[in-house]
Design a protein around this ligand. Structure first.
Ligand code: B12
Ligand code: SF4
Length: 507
């Protein structure tokens, strides 16, 4: 059976794993990708005018229809769900294929997704086994309405099947089918790998905690060191990558496993790597192992310096003492770190932001401070909490489920114009923070001049980030530019052809 994946955005490990198991089961797969250049999925270069110029929906549609797949598969995030629906509707009008939706948004709201006429099947949760079962059943004309994880419609009625238990042996999966994204991703610069699935934590705003509930807290699993190393060795031969990104939610939860993996990684792979961490899992021993293994940067979520909000609203267990201790350890072992910070948290005050600014400015090896806005994803505890507290209304909940969400701007405080001005000022301040002398920072905070910083031109903020990247020798920052340039160059002929031939578009 021919299975065509249709996707918007960056590399998807989910699609790569699905493609690998489908191929192993004898099916043929293909990817039609709109890289979504300059689109809202891009938190570095979000430029709507250029997005329109580079959008490739018509090309993708043409590509899918021309290949004539039997099954068309979409992997939907909440913020790409509407794009997926538009594409699925267009494909339905031009091709005979069966259409299946999966991915995190479908796992959160399968009952919403299955209601669309253009969707025949929805897969909830981990998809490898369900997708193979579905493709096999469709190929052989066998019944599909009893496959675990699968939702469908029968005589106008919605049929739902509970998810099967998570895959017990992750090592039994084939390696992700990276070939699908070869054209669009420079694997030689950066190789993305998952050594585990799920997360042992349950932060209120994160979809991992929803998945944990769905799987009764048995979703977090780890691959063996042999399996991770086998993938790295095979892919190093193929792509000659210069760097590895371990995309695990928290890379270092198990010291024994880490020690074994990193000693082999250092000897057999020997390239720098970065990973995500959680401050409570970092101690001297772990930091030493990471440094010796080749880690050059860890990304931590701090989100706020207000401990009560972190604990009660975000449901994160670490204290400010844990944070300070972990960053001191990193400093001691020469490990750089990126920090995720959130704006838009209900109940946060100016003094919380000021306290965070002082704290971050005092850190020695802070590489990049990444500012985000609290985003409410449907059916997460955060969404429930916000609804219960009247922060969002029923209309917001429906919009979220339909993937029509923006950031958490509908929180009342943030709607307030004065709050918005201050927030914009703090965002600019945080982005330039590593370059602002401490005495200057004290003055800005003391006189509350931060709101004025929102007038700092965007190019100056970018320039200060470039200067900071140079200072911190953060070559990844420049790699991203290079990566972007290459993708733009690849997409240019299609964009120009579309303008000159001007076919009827989807938008
Ligand atoms: C690694 C990662 C990334 C990586 C790689 C992305 C990827 N999907 O591989 C990168 C850095 C590129 C990334 C980017 C982003 N990410 Co991200 N990412 C993750 C993370 C930590 C793990 C994802 C992963 O690889 N899982 C392992 C694979 C095997 O699982 P999977 O992708 O879920 O796929 C399985 C099932 O979902 C299912 N499935 C998936 N698709 C399909 C399709 C079909 C047809 C079927 C049958 C089944 C199916 O089967 C798959 C195999 O079991 C998750 C956390 C999480 N719990 O998912 C966040 C997460 C997916 N990311 C998230 C977000 C918001 C983003 C960004 C929008 C952030 C940003 N502003 O840049 C971008 C979007 C990029 C894009 N549109 O392409 C959110 C999505 C929330 C939501 N409700 O939409 C998550 C859930 C984190 C969170 N906040 O809770 N991300
Ligand atoms: S630690 Fe990170 S990945 Fe895990 S639940 Fe919290 S936010 Fe999600």
């Amino acid at each position: 059976m021919k299975v065509g994946f249709v996707h918007l955005g960056r590399e998807s490990l989910g699609i790569e794993y699905l493609s690998a198991v489908l191929k192993r089961a004898g099916h043929e797969t293909r990817l039609s990708l709109d890289p979504g250049l300059f689109g809202e999925n891009d938190n570095v270069f979000y430029l709507p005018r250029l997005e329109r110029f580079f959008e490739q929906t018509d090309q993708v549609l043409h590509d899918v229809v021309a290949w004539q797949p039997d099954l068309v598969a979409f992997s939907a995030y909440t913020n790409t769900y509407q794009w997926c629906l538009r594409m699925a509707t267009a494909i339905r009008s031009k091709a005979e294929a069966v259409i299946v939706f999966g991915g995190i948004h479908c796992t959160l709201v399968p009952d919403v997704v299955i209601r669309n006429d253009c969707v025949d099947y929805v897969v909830v949760g981990e998809g490898e086994e369900a997708m193979v079962d579905l493709a096999n059943a469709l190929q052989h004309g066998a019944p599909t309405h009893t496959i675990p994880n699968v939702w469908t419609k029968q005589n106008g009625r919605i049929v739902s099947n509970d998810p099967r238990p998570p895959i017990a042996d992750l090592d039994g999966l084939p390696f992700p089918d990276k070939a699908l994204f070869e054209k669009d991703v420079n694997f030689e610069d950066d190789y993305l790998l998952l050594a585990s699935r799920g997360c042992p934590r349950n932060c209120s705003y994160c979809c991992e905690s929803f998945v944990n509930q769905l799987y009764h807290h048995h979703f977090f699993r780890r691959r063996s060191v042999d399996s991770v190393m086998a993938e790295l060795i095979a892919m190093r031969k193929r792509y000659r990558f210069r760097e590895v990104m371990f995309n695990d939610a928290i890379f270092f939860t198990d010291k024994k496993w880490l020690r074994e993996l990193l000693s082999r990684f250092r000897q057999e792979i020997h390239v720098p790597f970065r990973c995500f961490g959680q401050v409570q899992f970092l101690d001297d021993e772990v930091a030493k192992m990471l440094k010796q293994g080749g880690c050059y940067c860890i990304e931590f979520g701090v989100q706020t310096m207000n401990e009560r909000i972190r604990r009660e609203t975000l449901r994160r267990r670490e204290t400010n003492v844990h944070n300070s201790r972990a960053f001191r350890i990193c400093d001691r072992y020469g490990l750089r770190y990126d920090i995720d910070h959130m704006f838009g948290l209900p109940g946060e005050s100016e003094s919380d932001h000021a306290m965070a600014a002082r704290f971050y400015r005092g850190l020695k090896r802070l590489n990049r401070l990444k500012c985000h806005n609290l985003t409410c994803f449907p059916r997460t505890d955060m969404a429930r909490l916000a609804r219960e507290q009247g922060i969002i209304g029923e209309g917001d909940v429906l919009a979220m489920e339909q993937g029509r969400t923006g950031d958490f701007f509908h929180v009342d405080e943030i709607r307030d114009k004065d709050e918005q001005r201050k927030k914009a000022g703090f965002v600019a301040l945080y982005k330039m923070l590593p370059l602002i002398p401490r005495t200057c920072l004290q003055t800005v905070l003391k006189h509350r001049w931060y709101a004025a910083l929102r007038h700092v031109p965007g190019w100056l903020v970018v320039l200060s980030q470039v200067a900071n990247a140079l200072r911190a020798r953060d070559y990844r920052f420049f790699l991203y530019f290079r990566y972007y340039f290459l993708r733009v160059r690849r997409s240019l002929p299609t964009a120009l052809a579309r303008i000159f031939t001007a076919p009827g578009g989807l938008r």
